[in-house]
Design a protein around this ligand. Structure first.
Ligand SMILES: [Zn+2]
Length: 332
């Protein structure tokens, strides 16, 4: 498989100069879907300034008194599943607690907190156990839905973390959905021949520059044509659907996501999105996650005309830089 990339060069006359100087932008094509990404050169931190931890702490304290997911309110203000879906109404594992989403984005929709008492978590504080337990309740949710309504076969587990990612509540949580139709991207992935996933993985393993290693059954990559800053992917060839994931793989993915979030924190990010796509049997399990602009007053949204209307991200952090920063942390 050829990983296509083109560097486009032109000239402009820079301020303070009388002679043309070079400009360049690199376009890359995603090996699975063909989506393009552009890698731009910007002064360090110009596109994505590092997190302002003071502003984050203020946001945490301002949102705490009315937070519906904190221990004083969570049992009273969150809904429960009917007994036909989950007899106890809410799903628990360790400190994680899952309940239906009041804002129904899917035929069946869930929200799960890492812990009612965990109102504020820096990305470096998502331990493997916290992530693994939260993933486990989401897997239990999509499994329960699949048994209750076999037509709801398109499932996904997702995250919005902090306002820039679309998260309306500060309290860290995951969201799950299941229904009769794929999302646009799920549909595109389902059309990708299974062999192309294998080729992609084999190519990245051979090239090495973006292959971060294996945590056991999951192989981790820095995305070649990222949809946002520091996009990471985990592929699990031969994995079952999310509804049928075994405890061992859930714990492994929990470790991997925890490791990825630690890397994001080191890179200066605190907001992220995540999607674990349920695909038809035979397809690998695919997890994607990427960073979002850090929250700050009047922040620049990282989703501009390119991302929203052209489906093409502009990033100034190369996948190879991300992989170098990741080092060996995903190996073994
Ligand atoms: Zn809270």
């Amino acid at each position: 498989m050829e990983l296509r990339r083109e560097v486009l060069q032109a000239e402009i006359v820079y301020p303070g100069s009388d002679h043309p100087g070079p400009t360049s932008v690199e376009v890359r094509w995603d090996p699975l879907t063909g989506h393009t990404a552009r890698l731009v050169t910007s002064p360090a931190g110009a596109l994505f300034p590092p997190a302002d931890l003071g502003a984050l702490a203020t946001l945490a304290e301002e949102s705490r008194p009315t937070c519906p997911f904190c221990p004083e309110r969570i049992e009273q203000v969150t809904p429960r599943f009917p007994a036909a879906v989950w007899p106890e109404g809410r799903i628990r594992r360790g400190r994680a607690l899952l309940f239906p989403n009041l804002l129904t984005y899917g035929h069946y929709a869930s929200v799960s907190v890492y812990g009612a008492e965990l109102h504020a978590l820096r990305l470096g504080e998502f331990t493997p156990e916290l992530v693994g337990d939260n993933l486990a309740v989401q897997v239990a949710f999509v499994g329960a839905v699949a048994r209750h309504d076999p037509a709801a076969r398109w499932a996904s587990v997702n995250a919005n973390h902090l306002v820039p990612s679309g998260g309306s509540l500060f309290h860290p949580h995951l969201q799950g959905t299941a229904g009769p139709f794929p999302t646009t991207f799920q549909g595109m992935l389902a059309e990708v021949p299974v062999e192309r996933f294998a080729d992609y993985l084999a190519t990245e393993r051979r090239l090495g520059a973006r292959h971060l290693g294996s945590t056991g059954r999951a192989e981790w990559l820095a995305a070649f044509a990222p949809a946002g800053p520091a996009e990471l992917r985990a592929l699990v060839p031969g994995a079952p659907t999310p509804a049928e994931l075994d405890d061992e793989l859930v714990a492994e993915l929990g470790r991997g996501i925890s490791t990825a979030l630690g890397l994001y924190a080191e890179l200066g990010f605190e907001s992220f999105n995540l999607a674990l796509y349920g695909l038809p049997p035979g397809h690998p399990l695919l997890l994607r996650m990427l960073c979002r602009q850090n929250p700050r007053p009047f922040y620049r949204s990282d989703v501009m005309y390119l991302e929203r209307l052209h489906w093409e991200a502009a990033v100034d952090l190369t996948p190879e830089q991300v992989a170098e920063q990741a080092g060996d942390r995903f190996r073994g």
